[in-house]
Design a protein around this ligand. Structure first.
Ligand SMILES: [Zn+2]
Length: 235
């Protein structure tokens, strides 16, 4: 009887010791799990911070291909549509900025109608730091009229305009019609640097065929790109 009791007590003791070990081991594993969890947490927080730092370093550029959809814009001498040229040129500029690591957005990516109000609203939606509106001019009454013009509206937009206009002047063979203050809704109703570029006259037969060429689209996009970058570097 006594012997059995002792054996039972021994067994009980062994069980308790085992239980302590299991609990201790378990708590160590649990602690490791918790600390690895919190480590992952702080790591992702750091990444998040870096991301926002990068976003501050790389401003968002919103490119606005003029017209689209039911609004063809100007119609060229050989009936090329302004809305197609603005989209093609904007997409090339988009790629150049993207390749340079700039955060870049478009107000339209295909042939669709986007109202001026919607274009202005997109500045806020994307929290854009600068807007570049791409257009081509037309003056059918006198088909000899040609050249490019850079429009800004507010004083705080002039620096960007100057930088892009200088770059266009250096790269293009077209006549430089200058940097002008124009009353244009898409740049008037925004509170960030923004310009509207009229990149030649499609009513002028020579300019229309030049503007339509792949070489011009590349050259003009590179010139705008350089103008944007030199403006951003000077800020
Ligand atoms: Zn236009």
């Amino acid at each position: 009887m006594e012997l059995i009791k002792r054996k039972r007590q021994k067994l009980k003791l062994k069980f308790i010791i085992l239980l302590i070990f299991v609990l201790l081991g378990g708590s160590i594993v649990f602690k490791d799990f918790v600390s690895s969890q919190s480590y992952t947490g702080s790591e992702s927080e750091t990444q998040e911070r870096l991301k926002s730092d990068n976003q501050e370093a790389s401003p968002t550029i919103l490119i606005d291909p003029g017209h689209g959809g039911e609004d063809p814009g100007s119609i060229g001498f050989s009936e090329i549509l302004e809305k197609d040229l603005t989209l093609e040129t904007s997409k090339i500029l988009f790629e150049k900025l993207k390749e340079a690591g700039v955060d870049v957005k478009l107000t339209r990516e295909d042939d669709r109608y986007v109202s001026l109000d919607e274009r202005v609203d997109l500045v806020e939606t994307y929290n854009a730091d600068a807007l570049i509106s791409i257009h081509f001019d037309s003056f059918p009454d006198d088909r000899s009229v040609g050249g490019f013009t850079t429009f800004y509206q507010h004083k705080f937009q002039k620096g960007l305009g100057k930088s892009i206009n200088n770059s266009l002047n250096q790269s293009l063979t077209l006549r430089d019609r200058g940097l002008k203050s124009g009353d244009l809704k898409v740049i008037r109703e925004i509170d960030i640097p923004g310009v509207l570029l009229e990149l030649g006259y499609i009513s002028n037969p020579q300019e229309e065929s030049l503007i339509h060429s792949e070489e011009f689209k590349q050259d003009v996009s590179t010139a705008i790109f350089n103008g944007i970058m030199s403006y951003l570097n000077k800020r």
